[in-house]
Write a protein that binds this ligand. Structure first.
Ligand SMILES: NC(=O)c1ccc[n+]([C@@H]2O[C@H](COP(=O)([O-])OP(=O)(O)OC[C@H]3O[C@@H](n4cnc5c(N)ncnc54)[C@H](OP(=O)(O)O)[C@@H]3O)[C@@H](O)[C@H]2O)c1
Length: 164
């Protein structure tokens, strides 16, 4: 599987149940990369979407232990094994923190938007620069949105590092 995430300088990804910042160009890239592919997300991340509705044009595979949770237009999985049995290899893990942590070891490519700022945060992604099994494959030039600088970095799982 793939994953896509936006992190700040400290690999923070969220605060108070929401994103740190919304960068329109990054949202367009997120759509371009994920459209037509299944997306895997946690119940709390679904709640951050407009109207709490699943993303259009993509199968939405949602993790929740709540047996009553059944959002329209999405498939809900109660545990990781059920999710993994249903998620195709071209799926994108799109968050949030708990789902990234649970599925990082199942991913081979990580599309990381790195925002050069430090936000107040309560949710983080593992620092891939300090992870022995990931390497930088590609890094864009710095881009800007208002007073923010950001860049896109693609990390690949190192060859020979087998997934569990
Ligand atoms: N920067 C980014 O790129 C990015 C992307 C996405 C999200 N975010 C941020 O991440 C934060 C949310 O992350 P989070 O960790 O709090 O929540 P989350 O991962 O989005 O959702 C957590 C929920 O998913 C369900 N879940 C997780 N693991 C499960 C498992 N193994 N089996 C069954 N259900 C499971 C549970 O739902 P139930 O409680 O219903 O059982 C759990 O409460 C927000 O601040 C959001 O804005 C940032």
């Amino acid at each position: 599987m793939n994953l896509i995430v936006a992190v700040d300088r400290n690999w923070a990804i969220g605060q108070n149940g929401d994103q740190l910042v919304y960068i329109p160009e990054d949202l367009k890239r997120f759509k371009a990369l994920t459209l037509g592919h299944p997306v895997v997300l946690g119940r709390k991340t679904l709640a951050t979407f407009p109207g709490g509705r699943p993303l259009k044009g993509r199968r939405n595979l949602i993790l929740s232990r709540d047996p009553a949770f059944a959002p329209e237009g999405a498939e809900v999985f109660r545990d990781l094994d059920a999710l993994l049995a249903a998620a195709p290899e071209d799926a994108f893990v799109i968050g949030g923190g708990s789902v990234y942590r649970a599925l990082l070891a199942r991913c081979d490519t990580a599309y990381v938007t790195q925002i050069d700022a430090a936000f107040p945060a309560d949710c983080w992604f593992p620092n891939l620069d300090q992870a022995a099994d990931w390497l930088v494959a590609e890094r864009s030039a710095p881009l800007s949105h208002e007073d923010l600088t950001f860049r896109y970095t693609t990390y690949l799982r190192k060859i020979g590092q087998d997934r569990p």
